[in-house]
Design a protein around this ligand. Structure first.
Ligand code: ZN
Ligand code: ZN
Length: 415
């Protein structure tokens, strides 16, 4: 058998924020320790387990920095701010001088010529946001303005033009109250100019969005007006080596949330869209697994990253039982993947992990390690349960996030 014949495909399943800390109110157990999850446990039992430091000891990662690390990219070198990743994930193309922002639709009121934010998410009502976003594409003397509504109440703004800088503050006040005047963060002309452009954009948004018919429709429906755009996370796209050149793998990304899609796109993974994969707890996770099985069967990609976001969202809400249920739902669809891989003899190395810990008691990301289990041609260990504390006793030991891809490459005989 030639070496090439022995190579396996790689599936990396990242359950966002799935790892947790023990909860006193639940017998000092974590949601993973409470959930009934025979398929995750099978991956642990038949595979090799360990724990992983996504970015570094005690560093709480964001989903974007953690995903970069798990794809083998040092986030301290390649992370360029949330704006560019959100823009790429929304399907916009970025030139190297463009400045991208992550935005919210919000509700604002003008008093004494000042803009006050009364709801930072415009009541989370998405109605009309796609159309409203289209109104915010125009050309000014200073820059071309591109805006696109993305997922939920979010959107992306891109400024295209000469002499622009990402060294500016946010217009988003990050709480209700007066909108922030954008300021340059260094002495450059470009930063001063860009700050002015963004301030003018904000004023103009308020006028354009309030005038729109769709706004009246929102109000008639009893919804809050989505009449201002709050921008944050200014950044430029960086030079990132492409995944297929770095590893020789033809890779794909299956994700619901724009930010994770953006990380995938930034390294050149093909984005596979799955209908009603929203990144919320009610997302079509079975559709994601079906899409992955289809890719494996049709032999289109050597590497597939699947992100399942629901576990993170529920953790931010502090809902222990909801997290247990979500883990059990994920486990069911993982069963389908395992069955299909064995029935169809799909030669595949499967890794199951989380991108970071989002503890239901803390309701935030934390710097704890995350469990990992890898199924394939591995040195199996004694571990039979997929959980934070069991995996910590596994044969893989403690690994760094940026080592994961090397380990998977080696196990799949591609190293
Ligand atoms: Zn995450
Ligand atoms: Zn989160």
């Amino acid at each position: 058998m030639s070496n090439k014949m022995q190579q396996t495909k790689i599936v990396l399943i990242i359950c966002d924020g799935m790892a947790d800390r023990p909860d006193r109110e639940h017998n000092n157990k974590t949601p993973l320790e409470v959930a009934s999850k025979p398929n995750m446990d099978k991956i642990a039992r038949d595979g090799i387990c360990g724990i992983m430091n996504p970015i570094g000891y005690g560093i709480p990662p964001g989903s974007n920095t953690a995903h970069l690390a798990l794809l083998g990219y040092n986030p301290y070198e390649y992370y360029t701010g949330r704006g560019p990743f959100e823009a790429l994930g929304a399907g916009l193309n970025l030139g190297k001088d463009d400045i991208a922002f992550r935005c919210n639709f919000a509700t604002a009121e003008k008093k004494n010529n000042k803009i006050f934010i009364t709801d930072r998410r415009a009541g989370r009502g998405e109605f009309g946001m796609k159309e409203l976003g289209k109104l915010l594409n125009f050309r000014t003397d200073d820059a071309d303005v591109v805006f696109k509504a993305s997922s939920g109440h979010r959107g992306v703004l891109v400024l295209k033009g000469k002499n622009l800088s990402e060294k500016i503050s946010d217009s988003d006040p990050h709480s209700e109250g007066e909108i922030k005047e954008v300021r340059p963060l260094d002495d450059s002309d470009a930063a001063k100019r860009t700050a002015q452009i963004l301030n003018k954009f904000t004023e103009r948004c308020y006028e354009i969005l309030n005038r729109s018919e769709i706004q009246s429709e929102r109000i008639n429906k009893g919804m809050l007006p989505a009449n201002i755009i709050l921008a944050r996370g200014a950044g430029k796209t960086g030079e990132i080596p492409k995944f297929n050149e770095k590893y020789g793998l033809n890779g794909a990304c299956i994700a619901g949330v724009t930010l994770v899609k953006g990380v995938g796109r930034s390294v050149g993974l093909n984005i596979i869209d799955v209908s009603s994969a929203t990144g919320h707890a009610d997302s079509n996770i079975e559709g994601k697994i079906d899409a992955c099985i289809k890719e494996l069967k049709e032999n289109r990609h050597d590497f597939i990253l699947i992100n399942i976001k629901g576990t993170d969202e529920i953790s931010h809400d502090g809902d222990f039982e909801g997290k247990v249920e979500m883990i059990e739902r994920i486990d069911k669809v993982l069963g389908k993947l395992l069955l299909s891989v064995s029935e169809n003899n799909l030669n595949t190395t499967i890794a199951l992990t989380a991108d970071h810990t989002t503890s239901v008691t803390v309701k935030e990301h934390s710097g704890d390690t995350v469990p990992i289990a890898i199924l394939g041609d591995v040195r199996t260990d004694e571990i039979c349960k997929f959980s934070e504390r069991e995996c910590a006793k596994g044969g893989l030991g403690v690994i760094k996030g940026t080592d994961l891809l090397n380990i998977l490459m080696d196990l799949s005989r591609r190293g």
